[in-house]
Design a protein around this ligand. Sequence first.
Ligand code: ZN
Ligand code: ZN
Ligand code: ZN
Length: 137
Amino acid sequence: MPKPLEINQILNATGDPATGQKNVWQAQLSQKELSDLGALVQSQENLSFPQHCGCFKPPGGLCHEGNCRRTSCVDCHGVCSGSDCQKPICPEHSFYLELPGRPKMRLCRSCYGKTLRRHRTFMVVKTVLSPFVRFEK
Ligand SMILES: [Zn+2]
Ligand SMILES: [Zn+2]
Ligand SMILES: [Zn+2]
């Protein structure tokens, strides 16, 4: 094997400024070597690494649920649709809630619990009140 004359590495990474954790998602490795015949041969390799979600796509963002800090791709990463939450969440920490007459919501764990509880209370109140409503008619 001829010894490489030059090796170049270009790493495409995203980092979390809070933790300093780096996530390399693309790498370009190129190498120059002298062949047996004395010619300069350059080879290049492009590598992609999957995001936490398993997709080979650019990173979408870090999960802020607990200490997850995992990076999902642009398609899988999302934010909690809780009214004043907007927490960035990975698919693993996303909870989906579909309430009648409303579009499907993607929520973090605590907002999911809160929304579900609020909705249940609402349903209970509605059932309790309905006989009165009917009576007044
Ligand atoms: Zn993905
Ligand atoms: Zn997560
Ligand atoms: Zn939330």
